[in-house]
Design a protein. Structure first.
Ligand code: ASP
Length: 337
């Protein structure tokens, strides 16, 4: 059975190598790439209505970031604006649509990184912050630290006048039903948001602005049924999120424990910086090969300092979209075609 599962994983990995990645002209002014999670996302388990809802949400998110970039705003602001749209949507496992923990709560993680300065901000395990990416940005800009967690992070949010909400704001019946369904089978089972029939995910964005600066951000509710204050890769700089003007910006989604062990995001940038890999080559090397070899699954979005973008995932699908100044209309992908 394990052998069969591995074969299937490799089949998907091989298939996803053929996913068309965006290739853009080298003199573009700005570029933006986003994801809304990777996983069991196939045409068979998608209705036309659901697909249309995702396409609309991805478009709205891209447009928010594009507005910032087109008017000369920074990559950091564009990443924040883009991710906030997805955090406010119940479709994604971030902000409003976050999955539930083992004890029926929602614990949110997020990170943002500036490729110009290597400054970064991250938060983990917050339960009352409406837009975690906004708090991650405040940690970067307004504190001497990189990462804050739990009650302390919320105290900092209060001091910074970041919008706090009642934990009930994050209640959605669909997510609660997912938790109950998982617990019925095995009260301790962990579920990646996209396993089985589930098609909702962590969100991320990478942007290049008119000054040539890169930024990356990621926001998530983590894994359904997580406990003990479990934190995944998304808020860990170098694992789920990374940006450096010397190489690239990356945001990932998938089984966080594997992304942490491989420091996936930094690894991709390192291959580009030290070995001269293209964004696509580096993403494929790390996701298709190394991540698959150790049994992890998921995907990444990558953007290099010239605005060349790449997607790579070893799952059946990944919600993804991009645009840039030369091709300003959203190009959206969902399945592994
Ligand atoms: N990477 C996230 C985590 O492990 C989950 C996801 O991408 O959906 O927390």
């Amino acid at each position: 059975m394990a052998c069969f599962t591995r074969l299937i994983a490799f089949a998907f990995a091989a298939a996803s190598l053929f996913v068309a990645s965006p290739s853009w002209s080298m003199n573009m002014e700005y570029a933006l790439v986003i994801h809304g999670g990777a996983g069991t996302i196939t045409r068979d388990n998608m209705t036309a209505e659901t697909e249309a809802a995702y396409r609309a949400a991805l478009t709205e998110a891209l447009r928010a970031g594009q507005e910032v970039l087109a008017s000369g705003g920074t990559a950091l602001d564009a990443v924040g604006a883009t991710i906030m749209v997805m955090e406010d949507s119940p479709l994604f496992n971030a902000g409003k649509g976050a999955v539930f923990t083992n004890d029926g709560r929602n614990e949110l993680d997020a990170a943002i990184m500036d490729g110009k300065t290597l400054n970064a901000g991250a938060i983990a395990g917050v339960t009352r912050v409406r837009n975690p990416i906004q708090l991650a940005r405040a940690v970067m800009d307004k504190s001497p630290h990189v990462m804050l967690a739990g009650a302390g992070a919320e105290e900092f949010a209060r001091e910074q006048n970041i919008t706090l909400v009642s934990p009930t704001y994050f209640f959605t019946q669909r997510r609660f039903d997912q938790l109950r369904a998982v617990q019925e089978n095995d009260k301790d089972a962990l579920m990646l948001d996209h396993d089985g029939d589930h098609k909702y995910g962590t969100v991320g964005a990478v942007a290049l602005d008119k000054d040539g600066n890169l930024a990356a951000g990621t926001s998530t509710g983590g894994l359904t049924n997580k406990k003990w204050g479990r934190i995944g890769d998304s808020p860990i700089i170098g694992a789920g999120t990374y940006a450096s003007n010397k190489s690239c910006g990356v945001s990932g989604t998938g089984t966080g424990e594997y992304f942490i062990r491989l420091t996936i995001a930094r690894e991709i940038c390192a291959l580009m910086e030290y070995k001269g890999y293209s964004a696509q080559e580096a993403a494929d090397e790390v996701v298709q090969k190394r991540l698959t070899e150790i049994g992890g699954d998921g995907g990444v979005i990558v953007l290099d300092h010239d605005g060349s973008a790449a997607y790579s995932f070893n799952t059946e699908g990944m919600y993804r979209a991009h645009l840039n100044s030369a091709n300003p209309d959203p190009v959206i992908g969902i399945y592994g075609e």
